[in-house]
Design a protein around this ligand. Structure first.
Ligand SMILES: O=C(O)C(=O)C[C@]1(C(=O)O)C=C[C@@H](O)C=C1
Length: 319
């Protein structure tokens, strides 16, 4: 019996990379269901995902990729290892940064700045020009850097935070400068993750995420992997290697491909990968944030695959 598709966004308790005021919280709030779920901030991406694994949360929202600084390694690695999880949705948020302090502070007073490493990378130029003598120290998130300044009786490790403008309101801080990102177009991509289940039906504008573990390193090993996708007309939107953690030089490939697991060309490519890889982790098929339809090359439509399958069956039958 065919199982009904899992709801794309389960109701209930959703963990997110917090505390309140992160870009991740903003990403969660862009989803229509946000108003009806209990959104629970977690200190790290690992904690947010582990809550889902443990069944304490129904879903988690975590950052996965920034247009300036690239992937969020902790998210890629957490999804590649441990109890499997599944990506259900992706969404993007434009990231604009402010320099926040306790009320009454001036730019000249800022000696130490706290922020998330990804935010530091995106504001490096501004900090070098406006705070050349300042030291930047890393906080668990941009909002955690702001939250540390919120209690006037505490002695935080920094005297200013680089955070989302939203964090100023949340923590009663003042913005000494706004729009301090080096790239005004910066965008971060976030994913909504649940425990594995049946993927939602294809929309024609889908993406599939995979982690591919090579059998052994040999000349052309990556080429063989890419060939499985290329010959079926599957376009990749992202590929990067990550260490497996087992040994030096032991890498896996984190891949996003156009299309849905229900698409014939993607299904065939997956079977090919299963045959040649040591392991293939399917991280989900979900609707693309940009609504772009998959590129379909001649000879790779579902219908053409079906016709070829029927033709082979006829040959085998001697028809
Ligand atoms: O610290 C936050 O506010 C986050 O949501 C994390 C994060 C990231 O991991 O890239 C998200 C967007 C910005 O690029 C900076 C930090």
């Amino acid at each position: 019996m065919t199982q009904p598709p899992e709801p794309r966004t389960p109701a209930g308790r959703w963990s997110y990379f917090g505390p309140a005021g992160t870009f991740t919280e903003q990403a969660l709030r862009t989803l229509p269901e946000a108003a009806s779920v209990e959104a629970v901030p977690c200190t790290t991406v690992t904690v947010a995902l582990d809550e889902v694994r443990a069944g304490e949360s129904d879903a988690a929202v975590v950052p996965i990729e920034n247009s300036v600084e690239g992937s969020v390694p902790v998210t890629l690695d957490e999804l590649a290892t441990g109890e499997p999880l599944m990506i259900r949705r992706e969404m993007t948020v434009p990231v604009a940064f402010s320099l926040l302090t306790r009320p009454g502070h001036r730019l000249e007073d800022v000696r130490v700045v706290g922020t998330h490493p990804h935010a530091e990378a995106q504001t490096r130029g501004w900090v070098a020009r406006h705070l050349p003598g300042a030291t930047v120290v890393h906080a668990t998130s941009t909002a955690a850097a702001a939250a540390a300044l919120a209690d006037p009786d505490a002695t935080p490790l920094w005297d200013a935070a680089i955070s989302a403008p939203l964090a100023a309101e949340r923590y009663g801080l003042e913005a000494l400068a706004t729009g301090i990102g080096d790239n005004a177009e910066a965008v971060t991509r976030f994913v909504l993750v649940t425990r594995p289940g049946r993927p939602s039906p294809p929309t024609g504008r889908d993406k599939t995420s995979l982690v591919l573990f090579m059998r052994e390193n040999h000349p052309g090993a990556l080429l063989e992997i890419l060939d499985q996708l290329a010959t079926r007309g599957v376009d990749l939107t992202r590929i990067e290697s990550r260490p497996t953690g087992h040994a030096l030089g032991d890498y896996c490939f984190s891949v996003d491909a156009e299309g849905h697991i229900e698409d014939r060309r993607l299904g065939e490519a997956l079977m090919g990968l299963r045959r040649i890889c040591a392991d293939v982790r399917f991280l989900g098929s979900y609707e693309r944030h940009d609504g772009k339809a998959a590129t379909i090359r001649p000879g790779t439509t579902d219908e053409e695959f079906n016709r070829a399958t029927a033709w082979l069956a006829r040959l085998r039958d001697g028809a």
